[in-house]
Write a protein that binds this ligand. Sequence first.
Ligand SMILES: Nc1ncnc2c1ncn2[C@@H]1O[C@H](COP(=O)(O)OP(=O)(O)O)[C@@H](O)[C@H]1O
Ligand SMILES: [Mg+2]
Length: 242
Amino acid sequence: MSLIQVENLCKIYDNEGVKTQAVCGVNFVVEEGDFVAIMGPSGSGKSTLMQILGFLDRPTSGKYFFDGKNTNEFSDDYLADLRNRKIGFIFQTFNLLPRTTVFENVELPLLYDRKIIGRDRSNEEKIKEALNSVMMEHRMNYFSNQLSGGEKQRVAIARALVNNPSLIFADEPTGNLDSKSGTQIMKILQKLNDEGKTIILVTHETFTARHAKRILYVKDGNIISDEIVRERRIAKDGEMLK
Ligand SMILES: Nc1ncnc2c1ncn2[C@@H]1O[C@H](COP(=O)(O)OP(=O)(O)O)[C@@H](O)[C@H]1O
Ligand SMILES: [Mg+2]
């Protein structure tokens, strides 16, 4: 059974009668443990696809099976719960709360989980472990706006990891970073993948995409090729992401 399977997936935005077909007729499968890069020009539907796969939006038509189950049949509440437990998101713009500490930013997903009340000790352990995995534990009490871009993205990764998700979506995670920090982020993503997490990375840079195991090319809302990366790049500290 595949982790993700989509059949004829379409998303048509409708703004007061103005229709935009962002994604249409998409078919593919992602197995657990894969590292997939989604590439394509601006406006080709990459973010829309990611939002549907991450349960942030629903398709207009087509089917999306997650862990073998048809997600069309899931309620919004159930999808939100599934998202919180199984999926982590990383964005180009980090999306951290400013004037809020690193610790508190990483704590947020734990507070959203209604089954966990308050700040128990195990929450603190989870937060420290997530920060430790991105080498940011020493900045725990800093405000997020006191960090460099690369450090912010590492904190955002810790926030994505704190619920121990099996699937991570990263939408242009290195887009706002200098190439050294970008390499560091790719190294972390590769490490997480080696540990068994499935990664779906959106990027428009070929060099970045070549750190994945597989590349899906998107054009005009559809997948035009699906290839295994030969001579995959392995991110090394100090190396430039270019
Ligand atoms: N909320 C929205 N309402 C209307 N059109 C949208 C919306 N979001 C994206 N689009 C359109 O859908 C298409 C795909 O967008 P997007 O998925 O953001 O592409 P990408 O991430 O590849 O740049 C574009 O034509 C974009 O203008
Ligand atoms: Mg986008």
